[in-house]
Design a protein around this ligand. Structure first.
Ligand code: DGL
Length: 274
């Protein structure tokens, strides 16, 4: 059996396109509907209540598009509100980015010392720590909020001295502690991979959840016999919707997706806030 309905993916902005990139690499036949709430990004410094409310609005918008699986490709929403979304949404499976990344980290850490960096909300919830402890309660987990990384990426300050200084400021603790695996627990951080690796040294493995999340989506669709027909062209059929055409959206989207966005549809914020 096959299922031609799209996979719904949302993020507070464009960073969730890293998950779309991995889905398209692993499952090229799958059609994706991507929602990036660029009008209200960033979510990471907001209250739990607001993050949960925005997350449910984003999810509801995609559910109305007849999706077969919902991927919460935002670490902040996955950390604060995944349980709430799973509890509220019964029509399709819901997955976030935290659990797949946490599982991968437990498998990779030789010294059983893992660092997690993310937005203030992601670190406040201890979501990665809790997820890792479900797999291995003995792993030591150290979290650090890095709130300046998102605006630096949004400004295109990727390979710059100011970003290197900020990285040193945030990450020297991780070197002192001696973590051997560092989870990039925010959609924007993979773009800073080189700066981060240059700061912490090559002994520390960096881990980005996007690939593991796409793998989990593939496992779920396979188990449900709900993969798209092999002959379909997922790239051509996918849709990308954003709630604001922000200044650098085209170049940012290209950095996250690894290629230019084929076409983008602007939706009015009122379509989310119903
Ligand atoms: N998408 C968010 C995350 O992965 C980063 C941007 C934001 O703060 O909304 O945590």
């Amino acid at each position: 059996m096959t299922d031609t309905r799209p996979i719904g993916v949302f993020d507070s902005g464009l960073g969730g396109l890293t998950v779309v990139k991995e889905i398209q690499r692993l499952m090229p036949a799958e059609k994706v509907v991507y929602l990036g709430d660029t009008a209200r990004c960033p979510y990471g410094g907001r209250s739990d209540e607001t993050i949960a409310k925005f997350g449910l609005q984003d999810a509801q918008f995609l559910l109305d598009m007849d999706i077969k699986l919902l991927i919460v490709a935002c670490n902040t929403v996955s950390s604060v509100a995944l349980d709430y979304l799973e509890h509220t949404i019964k029509s399709v499976p819901v997955i976030g980015v935290v659990l797949p990344g946490a599982r991968a980290a437990v498998l990779r850490t030789a010294d059983r010392k893992v660092g997690v960096i993310g937005t203030a909300a992601t670190i406040r919830t201890n979501s990665y720590k809790n997820a890792m402890h479900c797999v291995d309660p003995g792993v030591k987990v150290y979290g650090k909020a890095c709130p300046l990384f998102v605006p630096l990426v949004e400004e295109g300050l990727i390979d710059s001295d100011i970003t290197r200084l900020v990285a040193q400021h945030y990450l020297y603790d991780m070197i002192d502690i001696g973590v051997d695996c560092l989870i990039l627990g925010c959609t924007h951080y993979p773009l800073l991979m080189e700066v981060i690796q240059g700061t912490v040294g090559t002994r520390m493995q960096l881990l980005d959840s996007a690939l593991w999340t796409a793998k989990e989506a593939q496992d779920i669709l396979t188990a449900l016999n709900a993969l798209a027909p092999k002959e379909s062209d997922g790239h051509a059929l996918s849709r990308f919707l954003i709630s604001d055409l922000t200044p650098h959206f085209e170049s940012l989207a290209e950095s996250f997706l690894g290629r230019p966005l084929p076409s983008v549809e602007k939706l009015a914020l009122e379509e989310l806030v119903k």
